[in-house]
Design a protein around this ligand. Structure first.
Ligand code: BDP
Length: 666
C-alpha cells in the first residue's frame, strides 16, 4: 500500500535521461567487508530499491572488485555511525565506520536517487551530530498506546506480544532509514503487566523483538517499574539503599542480560504523576538512579532517568511550587552525583509539550551529568494527528536556543549532543507517533514529523524547508506543483495551530485528560499546576523574580533578564512569564485582546487555505491518500473554528472589550 511505504516509495523512474546517468552505479555492488545481518539488510534494501526504481537486479559480488557500480568498505578510524560517499563517473565508494554506517549510507544513496540527484562526482561526509538518536513508545501491553493517535500498538495486544512480527521489521527499517539507533517499546507508565517484561514471562519475546531491531542497527531498551520488587511480590520495599532491593536488581539485571545481551538498558519515570520512586523512601533521584545504574553496569547497560517530575496536586497556594520550576528544582542540585551510565532525560520545555513554551532552563545547567533532550512527535497537545502541524520548525527553535550556559553561543543543540560538556553519552529522544494504522501515523502528513525527527537530530543544521522538501519528493513524487503546494501547506502549519489555540505562550486550555479541543477553564480549576489566571482584567502567569514565582531566575542572566522584563519578553511567550491587562500593548503594536481576536480568525483562514491547496491536488495525488488527508483537513477546519469561537467569546465576555473589527462573536 502506498501510504504504508511512507517515504520509501521507490517509484519506477520514467525519466530515461536520469536513468542512463545512474545506471553505471547500480549494476553491481562489491562488498569489500565482512557481512553481518546489518550489511545483509543494507544489500536487501539496495536491491529492493533498484529493482523497483530501475527494474534492475543488482548483482552482489562478495569476493572481487568492480570497476563500475557501488563498493562497500569499512574504515575503523571513522566514528561508528559516520560514512563517506565518493563517486567517479561510474563508481561509487561507500566507506562506513560500522555496518550500521553502511546501512545509513545505502539509505542515503537511495534517498538521493528518489530525489533524482546525480551521483557522478559525489563527495559527501556524514557524521551524525547526536550519538544516541532514540524513540520512546508509550505502548501498553493491553494493546493501547498512551497518547497514541494512529491506532493500537503493533508490539502488544491482549497482554501479550504480537507474534506476527512483520510490522516490527518494517518499522525497524523505517527507523534506520532516518538514522534512529535506539528505542524503548513500552510506556513510561509501567503497569503491573509490563513490570513482568524483565521476568521469564516475557523475556524470550523481549529477546526476539530486540533481535529484529539489532538487525537494523537499533538498540532496544525497556521502561521499567521502579517498584518492581514490591509489585512482583518479592519484597515489601523498593528503597534504593536497602540490601535486598540492591540484590533484587542485581539478580534481575543479570538474568535480563543473560537472555537479552544486547539490551540497551532501562528507562525510568519515577516519583511523577503517581508513579512510585525513591521519594517514597526518603531518598533522592540520584540514589534511585545510581542503584539501577550499578545493577546494569556489568553488562554495559544504561539507565535513562526522566526529569518530568513535579507535584501534580497543587493549588498554587505556594507559588514556589510553580510546575515550570520543577525539573530544575529537582535535578540541578544533583548535578555531578549520577553514575557514568545514568542519563537524565529532559523535556524540551518546562511544562509538557505545549504549542509554545520556553526552553527548559535545566538544559545547560547540568555540567557533570549525561543528558538527553526529549521531544514529542505524537501531537498530544497539537491536534492529535487529526490536525496538520509540521513540528520541525518548533524543534529547530529549541535546538537553536542560546542558553548562555558557557557564554554566548551555547546552543541547546551543542549541549545535548554532548559537545559543550564533553559527555560520553548524549543525544535526543522523542515520543513516537506511530501505531497499527495502515499509514503508520493516522494523518498521512504526520509521517513528515517522524521522518523529519530522524533527519533533524542527525543533522540539526538542515532547515525545515530542506527536510520537508526531501520528504515530499520521496513520498509524493516530483510534480513541481504538488511539491510547491504541499510546501505551502506544511510550512505555516505550526503557526496556524498556535494562532487558533491558546495564545501568547500560555498553553493548555484543552479538555482535561484527553487533551483535545478547547476548554479554557478545564485545567484552571484542576490541580495539575497549569494555570492561566484569566479574570476580568487580565491574563498570564507571573513567573518573574520580582513579583512572581521566580522561575525566570533559573535561566542564565541574559535570558533571565530578557524574560523578567515585560519590555523585552518576546510577545509569543508574554503570558508564560507575565500577568498583564487585556489592554497591554504588545511589541506588534496590538493589544493582547485584539491579538487574541485577530490570531484566532487568522488561524482559521490558514486552515481554509490549506484545504484550498490540497483540493487543487485532487488529480495529482492518488485517491486514497488524497481522500484521507482531505477528511482530516475538513475536521481540522471544524475544530479550528470551535477553538476560535470558544476562545474569542470567552475573552470577550471576560474582558468586555469589543473586537475592533467588529467580527461576529459566538
Ligand atoms: C504527558 C502525558 C502523559 C505522560 C506524561 C509523561 O499527558 O500521558 O505520561 O506526559 O511524559 O504529556 O510521562
Amino acid at each position: 500500500l502506498t501510504s504504508y511505504r511512507a517515504w520509501l516509495q521507490y517509484e519506477q523512474i520514467e525519466n530515461q535521461d536520469y536513468v542512463s546517468k545512474i545506471k553505471p552505479f547500480v549494476q553491481h555492488v562489491a562488498v569489500d567487508l565482512a557481512c553481518d545481518e546489518i550489511i545483509d539488510n543494507a544489500l536487501i534494501e539496495w536491491q529492493t530499491g533498484l529493482s523497483s526504481m530501475f527494474q534492475i537486479n543488482a548483482s552482489i559480488i562478495k569476493d572481487g572488485s568492480v570497476d563500475k557500480g557501488l563498493v562497500l568498505k569499512l574504515d575503523q578510524d571513522y566514528q561508528e555511525d559516520a560514512y563517506v560517499l565518493r563517486a567517479s563517473d561510474d563508481q561509487l565508494i561507500l566507506t562506513g565506520g560500522s555496518s550500521r554506517a553502511i546501512l545509513y549510507g545505502v539509505f542515503h544513496i537511495l534517498r538521493l536517487i528518489q530525489r533524482r540527484a546525480l551521483l557522478a562526482g559525489l563527495s559527501i561526509k556524514e557524521t551524525p551530530k547526536n550519538k544516541i538518536r532514540m524513540i520512546n513508545h508509550w505502548d501498553d501491553m493491553n494493546g493501547s498506546v498512551e497518547r497514541g493517535y494512529a491506532g493500537k500498538s503493533f508490539f502488544f495486544d491482549d497482554y501479550q506480544f504480537i507474534k506476527d512480527r512483520q510490522r516490527v521489521y518494517d518499522y525497524a527499517r523505517l527507523l534506520s532509514s532516518v538514522g534512529i539507533n535506539a528505542l524503548t517499546i513500552n510506556n513510561v507508565n509501567v503497569h503491573r503487566i509490563e513490570t513482568e517484561l524483565v521476568t521469564d514471562t516475557f523475556l524470550s519475546d523481549v529477546k526476539q523483538t530486540s533481535d529484529i531491531f539489532n538487525q537494523y542497527g537499533i538498540t532496544m531498551y525497556l521502561s521499567i517499574n521502579y517498584a518492581a520488587p514490591v509489585e512482583l511480590g518479592v519484597l515489601t520495599t523498593a528503597d534504593p539503599l536497602d540490601e535486598d532491593v540492591i540484590a533484587f536488581w542485581g539478580k534481575t539485571a543479570k538474568h535480563v542480560y543473560d537472555v537479552v545481551p544486547n539490551l540497551g538498558g532501562f528507562l525510568v519515570k519515577a516519583d511523577s504523576e503517581n508513579r512510585p520512586g525513591p521519594f517514597t523512601y526518603g531518598r533522592d533521584h540520584a540514589q534511585g538512579a545510581n542503584m539501577l545504574g550499578k545493577a546494569v553496569e556489568p553488562y554495559g547497560g544504561k539507565v535513562i532517568w526522566r526529569c518530568f517530575v513535579y507535584n501534580n496536586k497543587q493549588d498554587w497556594r505556594d507559588r514556589k511550587t510553580d510546575r515550570a520550576r520543577a525539573a530544575y528544582d529537582h535535578f540541578k542540585p544533583l548535578d555531578g552525583e549520577f553514575n557514568d551510565n545514568v542519563i537524565l532525560q529532559i523535556k524540551n520545555g518546562p511544562m509538557d509539550f505545549q504549542v509554545r513554551e520556553p526552553v527548559s532552563p535545566l538544559i545547560g545547567e547540568l555540567e557533570n551529568t549525561n543528558q538527553f533532550l526529549e521531544f514529542q512527535i505524537a501531537q498530544e497537545y497539537l491536534g492529535q494527528q487529526r490536525h496538520l502541524v509540521y513540528l520541525i520548525p518548533q524543534w529547530k527553535e529549541v535546538l537553536e536556543f542560546d542558553t548562555y550556559a558557557k557564554g554566548e553561543n551555547t546552543k541547546v543543540k551543542d549541549i545535548v549532543s554532548g559537545e559543550v560538556f564533553d559527555n560520553k553519552i548524549a543525544g535526543i529522544v522523542a515520543v513516537t507517533n506511530v501505531g497499527i494504522d495502515y499509514n503508520w501515523t493516522g494523518h498521512t502528513i504526520a509521517q513528515l514529523n517522524f521522518y523529519g525527527y530522524g533527519r533533524l537530530i542527525w543533522n540539526p543544521d538542515l532547515t525545515s524547508e530542506e527536510i520537508a522538501l526531501e520528504w515530499i519528493k520521496q513520498t509524493f513524487g516530483h510534480d513541481p506543483k504538488t511539491i510547491e503546494t504541499i510546501m505551502k501547506m506544511v510550512m505555516p502549519s505550526w503557526e496556524a495551530y498556535e494562532n487558533y489555540t491558546s495564545p501568547l505562550g500560555i498553553g493548555w486550555m484543552v479538555n482535561v485528560s484527553h487533551h483535545y479541543g478547547p476548554n479554557i477553564d478545564g485545567y484552571e480549576y484542576d490541580m495539575w499546576g497549569t494555570y492561566h489566571f484569566a479574570d476580568r482584567n487580565g491574563i498570564g502567569v507571573d513567573r518573574t523574580i520580582a513579583t512572581g514565582t521566580g522561575y525566570t531566575g533559573q535561566y542564565h542572566a541574559e535570558n533571565r533578564d530578557l524574560y523578567e522584563s515585560i519590555e523585552t519578553c518576546p510577545d509569543e511567550l508574554l503570558l508564560f512569564f507575565h500577568h498583564v491587562p487585556y489592554t497591554h500593548v504588545l511589541k506588534s503594536g496590538k493589544t493582547v485582546i485584539q491579538h487574541i481576536y485577530d490570531t484566532h480568525h487568522k488561524g482559521v483562514e490558514q486552515v481554509e487555505e490549506m484545504i484550498a491547496n490540497w483540493d487543487s491536488l485532487a488529480d495529482k495525488v492518488d485517491e486514497r491518500r488524497h481522500q484521507d488527508v482531505k477528511e482530516r483537513l475538513s475536521h481540522q477546519l471544524w475544530s479550528a473554528k470551535e477553538w476560535r469561537d470558544t476562545i474569542n467569546s470567552y475573552f470577550y465576555r471576560k474582558s468586555g472589550i469589543a473586537d475592533e473589527q467588529n467580527r461576529k462573536i459566538y
